[in-house]
Ligand binder design. Structure first.
Ligand code: TRP
Length: 363
């Protein structure tokens, strides 16, 4: 049976290795990329498509672009958005022309958020948050799908190149809102090449893989007209929920930390998280922690500790039973507090840039 990933669903993906196999992805190897970022070094980034083309562009300083998008649906973002930004920022630092699509059309079509509301949220929160999390405000180009002629134009051409059956085989469903959104996303992904043909990389969560596949089919089918470079993609794993489930999700607020979130409430959640600590202190000292099961360590590893040596020291102490899970939680709580404070300050600063119209918007 055809395997499906539903980009609009909240279903869990059990096994990343299996995903790589089922969808014929490339396994990500951080050694092929210059100065890999934290999530690349730690295998949180796990797969992609046509990665060598981008590694090569970085190495030989050739032109390429990095593009991703966000639906301004909620009034907070999550760790998955943070990873998208970190990867975008990585490519930006290594020479990519960097573009962020505000997917207001998609938010209207699949989430029922009005375009006016989506715009307001994006300007007040999502764009400032993206800058606060590491995008260079001077070098990043933003646009709203609803303002952007090129994505829509390409969407209509893409409508010619895909059948309803293919759509259904890719997504499992084929309702008008999803079709419109997916075709617009194809436009988002390839439009930078209308101006100049060049490789592009799309950092996204694995839930967006079907859109990438559809886009790549579109690119192959329009060789004789558009002749775009095939697009590359790069995928990160989910940040697991604090209770050990595969993905943090708003539907389980006690196991999900929002960005931003009040540090007190975040710390309270961390204190109740699933850890790999043993039942008694005596046992813990003797056997050490089971790190693979520890959601607090995972949070430190994925998000809160930049320095590899610092992380390794914590790993050794905890695994050796010299550090307790209570102590580990305290470290995570302290780091979270600092992180949220910086994030809030960064958002405030970036809001000023939005108000002063200092960002680059295209239409
Ligand atoms: N569909 C994406 C989401 O659900 C948003 C998006 C729109 C996007 N256009 C894009 C992502 C282009 C990557 C590239 O969040």
């Amino acid at each position: 049976m055809q395997k499906l990933i539903d980009p609009w669903g909240s279903g869990l993906l059990e096994d990343y290795e299996k995903i790589v196999k089922d969808f014929g992805l490339e396994v990500f190897n951080s050694k092929s990329f210059l100065e890999p970022n934290r999530i690349m070094r730690r295998n949180v980034v796990f797969a992609g498509r046509d990665l060598a083309r981008i590694a090569d562009a970085i190495k030989h300083k050739k032109k390429f672009y990095a593009l991703s998008g966000i639906m301004p649906t909620n009034d907070r973002i999550h760790f998955g958005n943070k990873m998208v930004i970190e990867n975008l920022a990585y490519f930006q630092k290594h020479g990519a022309k960097t573009i962020v699509a505000i997917a207001d059309l998609e938010a209207a079509a699949v989430r029922g958020v009005s375009l006016a509301e989506a715009r307001k949220r994006a300007l007040e929160f999502h764009i400032p948050a993206y800058i606060a999390l590491g995008l260079n405000p001077k070098k990043t180009v933003f646009y709203f799908q609803s303002d952007h002629r090129d994505s829509t134009r390409i969407a209509f051409e893409a409508a010619q190149k895909i059948t309803l059956n293919e759509f259904r085989a890719t997504y499992g469903v084929a309702d008008p809102s999803r079709i419109m959104s997916a075709l617009t996303q194809i436009g988002d992904i390839v439009f930078p090449q209308l101006e100049e043909r060049m490789p592009g990389i799309i950092p996204v969560g694995i839930d967006q893989e079907p859109h990438i596949r559809l886009t790549r089919d579109f690119v192959s089918r329009t060789r004789s007209s558009f002749n775009f470079f095939q697009v590359s993609s790069i995928y990160h794993k989910y940040t697991p929920a604090l209770n050990g489930e595969l993905k943090m999700s708003k539907s389980k607020p006690e196991s999900c930390i929002d960005l931003p979130e009040d540090p007190k409430s975040a710390c309270a959640k961390i204190k109740r998280a699933l850890t790999g600590g043993r039942d008694t202190l005596e046992e813990h000292r003797k056997l050490g922690a089971v790190i693979e099961k520890d959601m607090v360590f995972e949070l430190l590893k994925q998000h809160l500790i930049e320095d590899d040596k610092e992380l390794q020291e914590i790993y050794d102490e905890y695994k050796g039973g010299r550090m307790t899970s209570g102590e580990l939680k305290q470290i995570a709580c302290d780091k979270t507090t600092v992180f949220m404070k910086r994030l809030n300050e960064g958002i405030e600063d970036a809001r000023r840039l939005v108000k002063a119209k200092e960002l680059n918007f295209i239409s």
